[in-house]
Unconditional design. Sequence first.
Length: 255
Amino acid sequence: MGQLIAFRFLQGIGGGGPMTLSQTVIADVVTPPEPMRYQGFFTGAFALLSVAGPLIGGEPNPAQAGFMLLSSIFGGRLSSDTGRPKLFMAGGIALGATGLSLLALLAVNQAGIPWLLRALAVLGLGMGVAMPNTTAIVQNAVPRPWPGIATSSKSVFRSLGVAVPGGVMSGLPGARLDRLASEIDVQPVTDGGMAVIGTLSPELQPGIAEAFRQSIAVSFGIGGAVMGFAFLLAMSLRGTTFSESSTGTSVEEPA
C-alpha cells in the first residue's frame, strides 16, 4: 500500500502539470468564445479514456463516461455558438445534482441495473456539460496574463473537492459496520471488503449488505445536496459572455 501511495503521488506530480498547461494553452492561442469548443474536446477525451481504463481494469462504467463524452463535445460547441456559458454550466450542475439524487433513491429502493445506468447517464450528461464551461468561465474572468494561475487554482480546488469528501464518504461503510459489531461478527468483511460478503453465512449477509446500502445512499444524497448548492452559486454569478479583448474583461450576459 505504501508503494501504491508513493507511485500515485509521482503520477499526480507528472500528470497535474500537463493537464493544467494544456487547458491554459487553449486560453492563450484561441480567442473567446472559441475556448469552450476546445475545452469540450479535452473533456470528451478524458471521458473516453475513463471508459477505456475501467474496461481494461475490469470495472466498466460506459453509461456515465459515454454520456459525458457526448455532452462535453456538443455542450462546448453549443455554449460557444450561443455565448451563454453560465446557462450551460448551471444546467450541467443541475443535471449532476439530479443524477446523484437519483442514485441515492435507487440505493434506498434497491433498483436494478437498468435504472442505475439511467441515473449514471444523467450524471454523466450533466458533468460533461458543466466541466468545459467552468474552465472557460474561470479563464475568461481573470486578466490575460493570469489564465494559468486561474486554471491551476481551479484544478487544485477540484482535486481537494474529490479527495476530502471522498475520504469521508468512504468511511461511512466502516462506521455502519462498527454499529453492527455488537450483533454480528463483521471482522471478515473489514478484512476482505465487499468481495467476501457472498462467502459469509446467510445469517450475516442481510445485515452487512444493508449497512453498505444505507451508507451508499447517504453518500449519494450528500453529494446531490452539495451539487444543488453549487447550482445556486452558479445561478448567483453575474451573467457573462466571453470577451474577445486581451484583458479578459467580460460583458454582461442577458438574463
